[in-house]
Design a protein around this ligand. Sequence first.
Ligand SMILES: [Zn+2]
Length: 93
Amino acid sequence: MDANNFVAGSHTRHHVYLPGVTLDVAKDEIEGSKAMIEKHVGHPIRYFCYPSGGFTPEIAAMVKAAGYNGAVTTIGARKTSLTGISLPSAGCI
Ligand SMILES: [Zn+2]
């Protein structure tokens, strides 16, 4: 994928609606999916997509603390940024 200009991002481990789970579960989904993909691709995963677009300020802060550079959502403006980076998004799978 990298060679074809695709960027691999994370989308949680189990596609959970993050505002509907405890913060401990959310943290495991956010951090665990990043680590799992990084192990497979061999480089840092920089972007996150919220399943069903759902997030709260606490979850966004958790995504940033996990080391992501940005995240996208399908709610509202269809994209958001953690660090001022605006991502053109064709959507999340
Ligand atoms: Zn999805």
